[in-house]
Design a protein around this ligand. Structure first.
Ligand code: DGL
Length: 273
């Protein structure tokens, strides 16, 4: 199918975390149609090998392009770290917009010179993250923390239980104790835990992510490619590799009470595994 301004934007994440980016993209681009794949049946990605995530990302992106996507929004830091170059190499003419932990704005925002980064093990171990620190983090202290368990809490729709609060505390406390006055949310699931993270961090600490910046970048890339849609209000179509009835309550809590979710077929899952 030929790609035109009326084609949808394809979005994927290991699960529902990418909705924290999609909500900015929706506000920024009210006339676009979006197809969003939540790969919740295979989440979390954070502890998986880079090779697995790359193969999986290529399969999900291929599926979105088969459905006519005109651009790809990789709404996952972990998939970006493992697969962004491979996606751009495979589809050089498709705009691929990807994530980057907000180290650069954090460096600009810190007053005390210590920044905390909360992200997945995969993101923190990646050469892409090392390059980001090398470029922007040389003159400050960067303390990192892998937020084990946080993705699962968001996927369960558990944003405020005592268990989630103490999990959040166990990840935020070490960053604060190390002196950070800015915390970068380097995983797209974490903005949904921002109220708890901010409470644990305290009012003097800035908590930042890149959802808005990335949605602006999407707008720029669509404009440059002449692919911006103009017309009536756009739609969202959600797919999941988990059982839709399992992921639906969290999707509705995070997006819209009437949001609907279809199954991504098993064949699509098998292509990457
Ligand atoms: N939302 C993904 C990210 O931004 C979570 C990765 C995971 O599933 O561990 O990194």
């Amino acid at each position: 199918m030929a790609r035109s301004p009326d084609s949808p934007v394809g979005v994927f994440d290991s699960g529902l975390g990418g909705l924290s980016v999609l909500r900015h993209a929706r506000a920024q681009l009210p006339e676009e149609d979006f197809i969003y794949i939540a790969d919740s049946g295979f989440a979390p990605y954070g502890e998986r090998s880079a090779d697995w995530i790359r193969a999986r990302s290529l399969a999900l992106a291929g599926h979105l392009l088969d459905r006519g996507a005109k651009a790809l929004l990789v709404a996952c830091n972990t998939a970006t770290a493992a697969a962004a170059p491979a996606l751009r190499e495979r589809w050089p003419r498709v705009p691929v917009i990807a994530m980057e932990p907000a180290v650069k704005p954090a460096v600009a925002a810190t007053r005390c010179g210590t920044v905390g980064v909360l992200a997945t093990t995969g993101t923190l171990a990646s050469s892409r993250f090392a390059a980001l620190l090398d470029t922007f983090g040389r003159d400050i202290r960067v303390v990192t923390r892998s937020g084990s368990g946080l993705v699962e809490a968001v996927e369960r729709g558990d944003f405020a239980s005592d268990a989630t609060r103490s999990l959040v505390r166990s990840h935020v406390r070490p960053l604060i104790d190390a002196g950070a006055d800015v915390i970068v949310l380097g995983c797209t699931h974490y903005p949904f835990l921002r109220p708890l993270i901010q409470q644990e961090a305290g009012p003097g600490v800035s908590v930042i992510d890149t959802g808005l910046a990335v949605s602006r970048q999407l707008q720029r890339r669509l404009d440059e490619a002449g692919l911006r849609r103009h017309g009536p209000a756009g739609t969202e179509h959600f797919l999941t590799s988990a059982r839709p009835e399992h992921a639906l309550p969290a999707l509705r809590a995070l997006w819209h009470a009437a949001a609907d979710l279809s199954a991504l077929s098993l064949e699509d899952c098998d292509r990457a595994s």
